[in-house]
Design a protein around this ligand. Structure first.
Ligand SMILES: C[S@@+](CC[C@H](N)C(=O)[O-])C[C@H]1O[C@@H](n2cnc3c(N)ncnc32)[C@H](O)[C@@H]1O
Length: 486
């Protein structure tokens, strides 16, 4: 270890800053955030420092610092744009034995400034000992994505109970087990979900049970999580967090390995997938499995493609849980229509093309499309058809028979957002034939409407499989599409 990591208490103590520019303002601002009083030594102040002047913890001295100024400080930052001035004041600080940081000169620093992940009172500091602040910032960005914003609330919540737990549970190990259960279980979940009163009640019940020596009956729960259309980067932070907590995961066909690999490694994996014409596990059996597993005290992750409440039967799966009083959470995901449209460069609405967008299922009832055609065939509207591939020819024919222009632009996005994404552009009267020729297997979504034409300009996503030996975008489009015509 090159440096000693410590957290310095500067509340109500003086911190000095040399310089009036933006580097100085960042140092002043962070010291004040930690409760310090700040003296800035500079002939002039930049706009950000001017704004800090309103704060009573801030003072400005338009002159160079003297030895007595330095002696009154617990820390000093040399953040002037004048390197010589920084050197001079750093020498004074050293003589006065005040720890000093000199911007961009790690060799002169008594301490360096880490990258910070702030979930106060939880603070994570990342240091590269001044060797690469950019690497520090990249690590910080990763940590930011892993820690829910409400972690600070969890820390503050448990902080309020620390003394009480210490007085009730005298044994160190018993206390540790208790805290682990609190921080990994429903209490922390309830705080993160913003239900502090319920969290407090659950906390009290757990503490009482442990104090009485009775093992608290661990409650199971279910997380119904939308995993998006395929690209693991489209998962939400909350989805990822719950995926890391699960004891068992039930997943279906739309969940690729890239996403499944992010589920807690020790979690049991149960495939309940459905192919379009083949129901591997009947829907009501999935609901009963969720209930059974939760009743065994497990944290059950039900991972679904896209959004669980958009053509996902998510509502049906949790009805039984609601009736049985099993706690559950629902995490929305990016639905196929918006994910595929974004990765195909097709805005679903656009001022010049469509003011509305309708999502429909292409599933047939007794071989017929049971649409409300009047609503569906409105002008200046985009229609996204889920599950339309199996009966694509009948579907597009039905649109034309009901009065849609045969030349209406259509995009068929196959395996959208994934490395093997393929986009076929055609019209109502050509797309089915093109899909058959290209051997599209799905999952695929149909986007119907004049917004499809915008792809010519807005196409941006190069699927990995095309990127190897990639052709320029226009050439790539020519290979798999043809210009849309009306
Ligand atoms: C049973 S629905 C589930 C929809 C899902 N709940 C959602 O919100 O996206 C399955 C249909 O979603 C569409 N779909 C899902 N993932 C897709 C993808 N990566 N690319 C294209 N279409 C997709 C297809 O139309 C597929 O037949």
């Amino acid at each position: 270890m090159d440096q000693l990591p410590v957290f310095f208490n500067v509340a109500d103590r003086w911190v000095g800053v040399l310089g009036g520019g933006s580097a100085a303002s960042r140092k002043a601002e962070i010291a004040m955030r930690a409760g310090a009083r700040v003296k800035v030594f500079a002939a002039q102040l930049c706009e950000e420092l001017h704004e800090l002047k309103a704060n009573e913890r801030f003072s400005h001295l338009p002159r160079a610092p003297l030895v007595r100024d330095l002696e009154g400080c617990v820390l000093f930052y040399c953040a002037s744009e004048n390197v010589e001035e920084n050197r001079k004041v750093q020498a004074l600080a050293r003589a006065a034995r005040v720890p000093c940081n000199v911007v961009d000169m790690p060799e002169l620093c008594d301490f360096t400034m880490p990258s910070i992940v702030d979930r106060s009172p939880v603070v994570i500091a990342v240091s590269t000992a001044g060797t690469s602040p950019i690497l520090g910032r990249m690590i910080k960005a990763r940590l930011e994505t892993m820690l829910p914003a409400a972690y600070g609330q969890v820390a503050a919540f448990v902080g309020r109970y620390r003394k009480r737990v210490g007085s009730v549970l005298k044994d160190f190990r018993q206390r540790r087990y208790f805290w682990e259960r609190v921080l990994e279980g429903p209490v922390a979940d309830l705080v993160l979900a913003g239900h502090e009163a319920e969290a407090a009640a659950e906390f009290d019940a757990q503490l009482e049970a442990v104090a009485k020596g009775a093992e608290h009956q661990q409650k199971g729960e279910v997380y119904l999580v939308g995993a998006g259309p395929g690209d693991p980067d489209l998962l939400t932070f909350k989805a990822l967090r719950l995926m890391q907590r699960a004891d068992v995961v039930l997943y279906d066909r739309l969940i690729g390995d890239g996403i499944l690999n992010l589920v807690r490694r020790e979690a049991e994996r149960i495939y309940v997938g459905k192919l379009p014409e083949e129901h591997t596990v009947p829907q009501d059996e999935i609901s009963r499995m969720l209930l059974r597993l939760a009743q065994q005290g497990k944290r059950v992750l039900r991972l679904k493609g896209g959004d669980p409440f958009v053509f996902g039967r998510g509502g049906e799966e949790i009805e039984l849980l609601a009736e049985a009083g099993i706690p559950f959470q629902v995490v929305p995901g990016i639905t196929a229509a918006s994910g595929c449209a974004a990765y195909a460069g097709i805005p679903l609405t656009h001022r010049d093309h469509a003011q509305a967008c309708v999502f429909v299922t292409g599933h047939t009832k007794d071989g017929r499309h049971d649409f409300d055609w009047k609503t569906l065939l409105q002008p200046r509207q985009t229609v996204a058809v889920y599950m339309g591939l199996a009966h694509l020819a009948e579907l597009t024919r039905a649109f034309i028979d009901r009065g849609a222009a045969p030349s209406l632009p259509v995009a068929l996005v196959d395996n959208g957002t994934r490395p093997n994404q393929q986009v076929l552009i055609g019209t109502l009267d050509t797309v089915a034939e093109k899909a058959a020729k290209a051997g599209v297997k799905g999952p695929a979504i149909l986007i119907i409407g004049s917004v499809v034409r915008l792809r010519e300009k807005l196409d941006w996503y190069v699927p990995e499989q095309q990127a190897s030996g990639a052709k320029p975008t226009a050439a790539r489009n020519a290979a798999i599409t043809e210009p849309a015509a009306e």
